[in-house]
Design a protein around this ligand. Sequence first.
Ligand code: FEO
Length: 393
Amino acid sequence: MDARTISKSVTKIGAIDWDRRLFDSLIPLPDGTSYNAYLISGSEKTVLVDTVDPTMADTLMQQLATVPKVDYVIAHHAEQDHSGSIPRVLEKYPGAMVIASTKCKGMLVDHLAVPEGRIRAVADGETISLGNLTLEFVHTPWVHWPETMCTYLREEKALFTCDFFGSHLATTDLHAIDRPRVYESAKRYYAEIMMPFRGIIRTNIEKLLKRDIGLIAPSHGPVYDDPSFIMNAYKDWISDTPKNEVVVAYISMHGSTRKMVERLMAALVARGVTAYQFDLAVTDLGKLAITLVDAATIVIGTPTVHVGPHPTVLYATQLANALRPKTRFAAVIGSYGWATKAVEQTAAMIPNIKAEVLGAVMARGLPTAKEYAELEKLADTIAAKHRSAGLMG
Ligand code: FEO
């Protein structure tokens, strides 16, 4: 795609990866992604902001074919999808220097073999003049790795954020005009990449908001010409208050656990609680992650396999634990054939989720009237907890 102007001195280049379906061999990308790079043309210096994934380096090099000089290459983040093509760019521009945080400098040397002498480390708040333009570097760690930073182009009020505020979305839209679609993609991105670092993200946002921001240009997904759209979304996602929502994530081998899930879902809805049901055998884990951003309660449903929880439940539970959602309450339901330690083992899987465990309902074989009554009681307890936490109207 040809370069597209996003502000007076900035054009967006980079690559759209329509077909990528997995990131880090872990994260589903149902809508593909993009690797955005930007060119800033100052009166004296030209800057390339980030590069692209090495698989699409040829696309970037074609876009740079008509660019005679690049003085600086800003590496906001050492991960390969943004910095992986830096060696090709440095080869084309022997006079160019990479600009990065000190931590990022080390990573670029270690991970991408960028020569140390070609990297200039910049301090938090340091500026570089491009002649008529000024770049200010703002260290914003943990969005997504510890070395990440953003760049603010003062004269045009443009903020370049790399992963921060990004969305895995392949689209030809220059700006975030399809807001529902961008919102879901950005929330998925936040849930999978940023959520474990909520506290640091809050600090980073406060730091960035000291500047007058007219547009946000991330390195995945469309540009935000109305920054309040994504800023307000982030403020909601990182808030400490969850919503009146329950995530019920389960596996069922022969139908018993599913019957229990269905009864609990109906009981929760009858009590005014919003509930989401995920069969882990088929669900997109990204969808589960999105829902965990807001849920006040998580209920794990598992059959018993060799005394413990089903392995798929273990995997999803470990993932949820790593994402550190603000979930306040948890419960386990499920079934067993003759003996079980599934409740204890499942509860032990979520130490990072500082949730109060509200109880467990386990059925030997098919659930009976006894277990159904216990599920109704569990729904009562969940609704009461949500009410006393001020989450229900
Ligand atoms: Fe888009 Fe953390 O890389």
